[in-house]
Design a protein around this ligand. Structure first.
Ligand SMILES: Cc1ncc(COP(=O)(O)O)c(C=O)c1O
Length: 460
């Protein structure tokens, strides 16, 4: 019989996969270390089991104990897997920046999850680390691993990730690229690789707004600014960041991180999270200047499934002003309007009474309405012109919409580009959106104005 003793035996030994299409024109070999293939779908499975094993050895975690940790999610998942197998309880503290998928995943693994505001500063009572420390203190028979300082974190990478990469590349690796959250991955793997060959370059990929680039270059800690990528970057230097093993830190924008994460799925079939996109962007930047002997390995930190409601959602990217302009379709514009617009399409039938139609427009604050019959557009009602007609002839209030309506608004397909929509709006007050023969939405000049104001972000 061939089987594993438990799910923890599946952790590590992740493969390296060569990139082929994203690296066109580059001479260097770029390899993805597929940490998304761990049983908890992230690089953090390695440290979850390692910190628990260390605590058991040291007598800090006893049968029936509770593990309490501050986590952006993945370490929690790694700890929860091991806790499930070994019979411990878990309480995890996350900020409201972490994706809802990760929180639900943790609950599915039997953990309790506490959410704190991401705006809370380090050291204040609401900060996720202070909250976890307080809960650990108040919970009997609890163990607080503290992934930011626990030596088993970098040690796990020194003992597993580093040797795996060294063996898989037969010692040919020249550059290693990883994000810096707790620092465990880059410090442990970096130390191992440097001990094997001090010429291997260790490159940190860090979001703009985080401290590590300036810290590496000047030793100073800058005031941070917010960014959206999860799991990497810091406001303070955690003890597990061993900066002596890091040669260079490259800053990557949220826009580039998310775009590269999406491209890794679309172009290479590797479905990953945002920090993997940060690493990929940095890896490609490094590889650009290298020759054919170079072997660049970057970490695919976790699966894209954790971020289906985040950067893998066009709607979310649009809301965050990060959607590439060419992706802005009629369907997306009409489907993600601001709060000023009704949630579903408002229309009238040709047989409706004019007074009712005008009352509806007044109530909802709309200046135009499509007139639909059996789902097809047959005309339009424009408030100012309809009112002018009614003022001239009050009897029209009692007649049907068909008597005062005008020609229909133009119709575009749900996949039509924002440019096509804008073109129609130059000579029409609104455009109807059609999906598989049904009118599903309306776009007004106001909506496009909103859109223009919302697409001045980094990628436009
Ligand atoms: C998604 C993701 N990527 C990268 C990292 C960074 O890894 P490390 O903490 O080993 O520096 C983390 C850590 O929390 C993470 O959650």
């Amino acid at each position: 019989m061939h089987y594993y003793d438990n799910v923890l035996a599946l952790i590590g030994h992740t493969p390296l996969v060569k990139l082929n299409r994203l690296t066109r024109g580059l001479k260097a070999t770029v390899l993805a270390k597929m940490e998304n293939l761990n049983p908890g779908f992230s690089v953090k499975d390695r440290i979850g089991v390692a910190m628990i094993a260390a605590a058991e050895r040291e007598g800090k975690l006893k049968p029936g104990g509770t593990i309490v940790e501050a986590t952006s999610g993945n370490t929690g998942i790694g700890l929860a897997l091991a806790a499930a197998v070994k019979g411990y309880k878990c309480i995890f503290v996350m900020t409201d920046k972490a994706s809802v998928e990760k929180a639900r995943y943790l609950k599915a693994l039997g953990a309790d999850v506490v959410i704190t505001p991401v705006s809370a500063k380090p050291g204040t009572p609401d900060h996720y680390v202070s909250t976890a420390q307080r809960i650990a203190k108040e919970t009997p028979n609890s163990f607080y691993p503290d992934q930011y300082s626990h030596p088993a974190n970098p040690e796990a990478h020194y003992r597993s990730t580093g040797p795996e990469i060294w063996e898989q590349t037969e010692g040919k690796i020249t550059h290693f690229v990883a994000g810096i959250g707790t620092g465990g991955t880059i410090s442990g793997t970096g130390r191992f690789l440097k001990e094997k060959n001090p010429n291997i370059k260790i490159v940190g990929a860090d979001p703009f707004g985080s401290i590590f680039k300036t810290y590496k270059e000047t030793g100073k800690i800058i005031e941070t600014t917010p960014y959206l990528v999860e799991g990497i970057g810091q406001e303070v230097v955690p003890p597990n960041v061993h900066i002596q093993y890091i040669d260079e830190v490259i800053n990557i924008s949220d826009g580039d991180s998310f775009e590269m994460s999406r491209q890794l799925g679309r172009v290479e079939g590797i479905f990953c999270g945002g920090s993997s996109g940060t690493n990929l962007a940095a890896a490609l930047q490094v590889a650009r200047d290298l020759d054919e002997d170079a072997v660049v390995v970057f970490i695919v930190c976790d699966t894209g499934e954790h971020y289906l409601s985040k950067h893998h959602s066009d709607e979310w990217l649009k809301e965050k002003r990060l959607l590439e302009p060419q992706k802005m379709t009629a369907g997306l514009i009409s489907g993600t309007k601001g709060d000023h617009a009704p949630r579903s399409l408002v229309w009238v039938a040709p047989a409706d009474k004019v007074s009712d139609a005008l009352a509806k427009m007044n109530e909802l604050g709309l200046t135009q309405l499509p007139v639909l019959e059996e789902g097809r557009p047959v005309g339009s009602l424009r408030e100012n012109r309809a009112l002018a007609k009614v003022v001239r002839n009050r009897h029209l209030l009692e007649s049907s919409v068909s008597e005062v309506m005008e020609e229909s608004f133009p119709t575009v397909d749900v996949d039509a580009s924002a440019n096509e929509v804008t073109h129609h709006l130059q000579s029409n007050p609104a455009v109807l959106v059609e999906e598989y023969g049904r009118i599903t939405g309306i776009i007004t000049r106001h909506d496009v104005l909103d859109l223009k104001m919302n697409t001045t972000g980094p990628l436009s």
